[in-house]
Design a protein around this ligand. Sequence first.
Ligand SMILES: [Zn+2]
Ligand SMILES: [Zn+2]
Length: 155
Amino acid sequence: MVADKISSERKYECHRCWVEMEKKEIEIFGPNLIIDVCPKCKGIWLDEGELGKLLKDRKLTNYLTKHIGTKSRSPMICPRCGNTMDIEKADDVEVDVCLTCGGVWLDRGELEALKGKSEEGFEGDELAKEEELDEERRYKRRNSPLYRFLGKISK
Ligand SMILES: [Zn+2]
Ligand SMILES: [Zn+2]
């Protein structure tokens, strides 16, 4: 029945090669994971939550996919939701993360590289994250009804 499950899931197109990505099943602890792999460039698309299941490293996953700011530094458009993406760095490994759906694009070799970072004990660079946290705070402030109200009455 696995085949049915795979074919019923939505297909993505590789943003580099414009070919349909293939569903690949990965055996992990718990239910198997089905991820999308480009048959040409071997890029990998991971929906939100899938990176954590593969890396089994919550800290590194959160670092890469949570609090990523609001600005897009990546030219890539999310294959899942069509929104802008941002580049997140784990040391020298750069991955693209969707600002809207939290999906992650990994070029060939980046999953191994991230796993390596995780095994080395890399937990994120808080200093590098500061700017994005700041962006997020400013964004939240701008969109908070209280701050909008305070802005109005102080004019
Ligand atoms: Zn490709
Ligand atoms: Zn997205």
